[in-house]
Design a protein around this ligand. Structure first.
Ligand code: G6P
Length: 369
């Protein structure tokens, strides 16, 4: 068993450390050698098919749904196609508008989640084109979809998803860029700049993984609490949702992720002396706004752990502790900022003596509706 874990104590930690490789494998030959375009030969979509897409629905469950929230941002920003992201168990029951010019993207590590497959089938029944982003070659989702983008994360054993999620993000970056280059919605230089950013991500994750001692000691602090909050704006909010889910799944500590600007409309009432708040302040265009939201919780006694991009030393003045992640494009930052949150849940679960890889009540793949 230890051999399978390659010297790590748990599959989850091993899989967190496999992320640089998962990023490299998922990008693989899908980036042109000159770094100026994305090559997605596996797609059967012609230029005309892509031009005909009037809307995109991303449908998934759990962590894959959180990847889909980032995917919405990425595709809308790069390809300017309207995107909605839905939880699969809700999608079919809200009479979504699915037409033949709708592209439905199902995201599923296993490719076997019952709700996601049901959504896929409903989308096909309505005449939509279906693209599956999955980690399992030959899975039901891969077989039934019109197009497939495989994430090359390798087998994921821990119930809490880490490298599958981040590989899904990479798949969305590739897809967003591919749609953009086909539609001409982004300049060639911006595509090249984003590809250069993507290529740097693996070594930037390695840099984060080199020293997790600050995260480990903060995890011990939060392990003594029953409730905490994650806040952020824009893409940071989507990452906050995933950080909160991860923590709930394996540490059983209750947490809530909140769009930082929305706090004052309710959740601020729960902020009291000493409550931990994990604040992501990575998005540069929203930095000032996020800092002012951080001040709102600080003023009510919260103990704030900030996560910022290197170079944003300003944040240190407004928080109790700060963790820096390497600088990348705002759009790509979730692929870095989620890593300290994965480690935080891992070490919190460990501190509480829980079964990290097999949390209570949860299954790796849910094949019943
Ligand atoms: C289960 C797992 C989650 C996962 C979700 C969707 O709930 O515990 O980690 O995100 O299913 O799984 P999928 O294989 O469709 O990505």
């Amino acid at each position: 068993i230890t051999a399978e874990k390659a010297g790590f104590d748990h599959f989850m930690l091993k899989e967190i450390h496999e992320q640089p490789k998962a990023y490299r494998d998922t990008m693989g030959s899908r980036l042109s050698a000159d770094g100026r375009s994305v090559v997605l030969n596996e797609l059967n979509m012609s230029k005309e098919d892509i031009q005909a897409i009037s809307r995109i629905h991303i449908v998934a469950c759990g962590t894959a749904y959180h990847a889909g929230l980032i995917g919405k941002n990425v595709i809308e920003k790069l390809a300017r196609i309207p995107v909605e992201t839905d939880v699969a168990s809700e999608y079919r029951y809200r009479t979504p508008i699915i037409t033949k010019d709708t592209l439905v993207i199902v995201v599923s590590q296993s490719g076997e989640t019952a709700d996601t497959l049901a959504a896929l089938r409903e989308a096909k029944r309505c005449g939509a084109r279906v693209l599956a982003i999955t980690n399992v070659v030959g899975s039901s989702a891969a077989r039934e979809a019109d197009d497939v983008i495989t994430t090359w994360a390798g087998p994921e054993i821990a119930v809490a998803s880490t490298k599958a999620y981040t590989s899904q993000l990479i798949a969305f970056y590739l897809l967003g860029l591919y749609l953009a280059q086909t539609l001409g919605t982004v300049s060639a230089d911006e595509i090249a700049e984003t590809i250069a950013g993507l290529r740097k991500l693996p070594e930037q994750v390695e840099a984060i993984l080199k020293d997790s001692s600050a995260i480990e000691s903060y995890a011990k602090q939060i392990a003594e609490h029953e409730d905490l909050f994650f806040i952020g704006r824009g893409l940071d909010y989507a990452v906050a949702l995933e950080g909160s889910l991860k923590l709930k799944e394996i540490s059983y500590i209750h947490s809530e992720a909140y769009a930082a600007g929305e706090l004052k409309h309710g959740t601020l009432a729960l902020i009291e002396e000493g409550i931990p708040v994990i604040a992501l302040a990575i998005q540069s265009d929203l930095f000032e706004k996020t800092v002012s939201n951080i001040k709102e919780v600080k003023a009510r006694g919260a103990n704030v752990f900030g996560i910022a991009a290197e170079g944003e030393e300003e944040l240190a003045k407004s928080v109790d502790q700060v963790f820096y992640v390497p600088k990348t494009l705002d759009l790509l930052s979730p692929a870095l900022s989620v890593v300290p949150l994965q480690l935080l849940s891992y070490y919190a679960s460990l501190a509480l003596g829980h079964d990290v890889d097999k949390p209570r009540n949860l299954a790796k793949s849910v094949t019943v509706e």
